[in-house]
Design a protein around this ligand. Structure first.
Ligand code: HEC
Ligand code: HEC
Length: 157
């Protein structure tokens, strides 16, 4: 599936830009947090944020949509575009892969640290081998730590 390769690219790019591998998990959470903030401030300028939040789309579709929004007058820098797309793609990895066997709501009941999300996601990935790649698992763990971690201020919904 194509999904695996674009996540591998995203995760690798994040690791290369991060200073040390030891802090890679944390820096991925930080990057998604910056993406979420940039998304919320940039994409609420002309319409409700619900318009993009109601769409379940992968990286390629988000990239195309941002080009479309630029055509409608959105002024978004290249770095901001990358942050927004990484955030929306991570959100989609979660909503597409973690709803195969149960609802999102079952997951939203929890508030856990990064270490605990690592355990939960590893456990879930084992239930259906080949569904969730390692690269996707890392992105999902970082996304869940952002929206359902100890410092979370929103549910990502
Ligand atoms: C300069 C104004 C502007 C900004 C900023 C903007 N949009 Fe839009 N967007 C529009 C207009 C105009 C439409 C089409 C009319 C409508 O659906 O309200 C639209 C429509 C949409 C749609 C519906 C498209 C469809 O085909 O259903 C989505 C999704 C969307 N925008 C996402 C975003 C995202 C994500 C961002 C931030 C990167 C963003 N928009 C920023 C102006 C903007
Ligand atoms: C292959 C099916 C399957 C997939 C895919 C799946 N889950 Fe689950 N999940 C389950 C089942 C079955 C349970 C019920 C409790 C158990 O067996 O652990 C569960 C329970 C849970 C619970 C509650 C755990 C508890 O102890 O009550 C959480 C949180 C959760 N899943 C999160 C996730 C996340 C996050 C993902 C995506 C990475 C995911 N699940 C993907 C099957 C799945």
């Amino acid at each position: 599936m194509k999904i695996a390769s674009w996540f591998a690219v995203a995760v690798t790019a994040t690791f290369l830009s991060g200073a040390a591998v030891a802090g890679a998990e944390d820096s991925l959470v930080d990057r998604l947090e910056r993406g979420q903030k940039t998304f919320e401030s940039t994409c609420s300028a002309c319409h409700e944020i619900d318009k993009p939040l109601s769409k379940d789309m992968g990286r390629t579709e988000w990239e195309a949509l941002l080009v479309q929004m630029t055509g409608r007058g959105a002024d978004i820098s290249g770095e901001d575009k990358a942050l927004i797309v990484d955030y929306l793609t991570a959100r989609f990895a979660f909503s597409s892969k973690c709803t195969v066997c149960h609802t999102k709501e079952q997951v939203y009941d929890r508030e856990q640290t990064l270490a605990d999300w690592e355990k939960t996601v590893a456990e879930m990935a084992r239930k259906q081998p080949d569904l969730i790649s390692d690269a996707e698992a890392r992105v999902i763990i970082a996304y869940l730590t952002l929206v359902l971690g100890p410092a979370a201020s929103s549910t990502g919904e």
